[in-house]
Design a protein around this ligand. Structure first.
Ligand SMILES: [Zn+2]
Length: 484
């Protein structure tokens, strides 16, 4: 039995979503990034004596919206606590957070249960002055309080994930869901989405949880997947050697692929949480919650279900479209396009995900900004489906559309890309010539090896510049070789 079969990984995620409200969580300072350090500060976020926090109602609405999108119960009454710790990024020496009564209770997104989601304020930003930018070899550290007090929603999952790729995929679903709500930029590279992973291993088949470690601050989806995988392998090697896992907080260095220990894990009692005496409870009315619920857009998971159910798209295509809001908007607009013939949803979806999306990615563009209109793509997909153009020609037409826009039918005419009609006689002549030029292939086909058609097909496609229909060429080859 391999190590991977012996141990089952159990993974839970803690995600911090930075809300894009106009002002900070407990004061009126503007939330603005990239400005000079310490220009967005006031007595409240700098913790001057006697300064009192006032909750940001827009941030509370955003937290409720996230909770509703994750199927969470919204607490009729939640309270803020002080989480006490001393660190230079927190001028108060405590962080206002939520402890035992969070604003969003249990929920679910896809296959993963949500344990809770709560509101808190972000710490300030430390800038370590050194070449690496890391604290270990820095001569000095500077503090920028512009970020201090930014509203965050911390989402904690149940340990329902079981491998690194699944963790990455689920985090993508979460990111796309929150993005759809318009309450955050949810950009991992810029720190508006931050993810920690709690990882433990247990003997396969066991239901008890092993000792967990916490992997901190992974700043891209790829690093999350790599970090989780590395930590699973590290723990499996320890357990295989009969050693035990120590509960600690780890950092994954994507450059070296190594894991380093930051500190042994704190316990909740180390923070000496107590209720924040300067803030009253958050008690949203039913009307307020229902008003926010009514604002919820169609979410990626719902959209995926609709695409695979109503439209009959294959699961991976449905996921790829549904999780990308821009691609989904383009697809829906093409689907609803009234110009000319309309392709089957499945055909159209394949053109959007399999042909258009990779071309736009290569060009660094988005569907919205592209020269290809949804109606043009729908009409091209319909032409290809009706075999008015060969699939090779249709791809060439799409290249033209991406570069210059326009109408696919005109491009077909201008470039002479129309399908060669099977009954025109022209194609039959080309097939006959190709068979003559490839006697070995023809002999194999006569002996029942249809897969030997490659060279003959290739010759016909070269002659026609891809304008022949592959199915028609195959039919003609069989006919001319007397296979019926
Ligand atoms: Zn302030």
């Amino acid at each position: 039995m391999s190590s991977a079969e012996r141990w089952e990984p159990v993974i839970g995620l803690e995600i911090h979503v930075q809300l894009s409200t106009r002002t900070k969580m407990f004061c009126g300072c503007e939330l603005s990034f990239g400005d000079d350090p310490n220009v967005h500060t006031c007595p409240v976020c700098l913790a001057h004596p006697g300064a009192l926090p006032v909750p940001n109602e827009a941030a509370i609405d955003s937290a409720i919206k996230i909770g509703l999108a994750l199927g969470c119960e919204i607490a009729p009454r939640s309270i803020f606590h002080r989480k006490n710790y001393f660190y230079p990024d927190s001028p108060k020496a405590y962080q206002i957070s939520q402890y035992d009564v969070p604003i969003c209770g249990a929920g679910r997104l896809g296959d993963v249960r949500i344990h809770r989601a709560h509101l808190e304020e972000d710490a300030a930003k430390l800038v370590h002055v050194s070449e690496s930018g890391r604290i270990h070899d820095s001569g000095a550290s500077l503090v920028d309080f512009n970020r201090g007090g930014t509203p965050l929603v911390e989402i904690v999952t149940e340990p329902d994930l079981h491998d690194a790729a699944q963790a990455r995929e689920w985090l993508t679903l979460l990111r796309n869901t929150v993005r759809q709500l318009g309450v955050s930029d949810v950009n991992m590279e810029e720190g508006s989405l931050r993810c920690d992973a709690n990882i433990s291993l247990r003997p396969a088949g066991s239901s008890e949880l092993g000792t967990k470690t916490e992997l901190k601050n992974m700043n891209s989806f790829r690093f999350l997947e790599r970090g989780v995988k590395a930590e699973i392998e590290r723990q499996a090697a320890l357990l295989d050697a009969g050693e035990s896992v120590v509960q600690e907080t780890l950092h994954f260095d994507p450059r070296s692929g190594s894991l380093t220990s930051l500190r042994s894990k704190e316990e909740a009692h180390d923070y000496r949480y107590f209720p924040e005496p300067d803030l009253v409870a958050v008690a949203p009315s039913e009307e307020r919650i229902e008003r926010i619920r009514a604002e919820l857009p169609e979410l990626p998971a719902e959209r995926r279900a609709r695409y695979s159910g109503e439209l009959g798209l294959p699961a991976d295509t449905a996921t790829q479209l549904a999780f990308d809001a821009e691609l989904a908007a383009f697809f829906e607009s093409a689907l609803g396009s009234r110009d000319g013939d309309r392709p089957e949803p499945r055909t159209l979806a394949n053109w959007v995900t399999g042909e258009l999306a990779p071309r736009l990615r290569d060009a660094g563009g988005s569907p919205e900004a592209s020269k290809v209109t949804p109606a043009a793509l729908a009409s091209l997909a319909a032409m290809a489906e009706a075999k008015q153009v060969s699939s090779g020609s249709a791809r060439q037409v799409l290249d033209h559309l991406v570069a210059e826009g326009g109408d696919p039918a005109r491009i077909v005419e201008r470039e002479g890309l129309g399908q060669i009609e099977g009954d025109s006689g022209e194609l039959a002549e080309l097939v006959a010539a190709a068979i003559e030029a490839n006697p070995d292939a023809a002999e194999s086909i006569r002996n029942g090896r249809m897969q030997a058609i490659g060279p003959i097909m290739g010759a016909v496609m070269r002659e026609t510049k891809g304008r022949a229909d592959g199915g028609e060429v195959t039919r003609l080859v069989r006919e001319q070789l007397g296979l019926g």
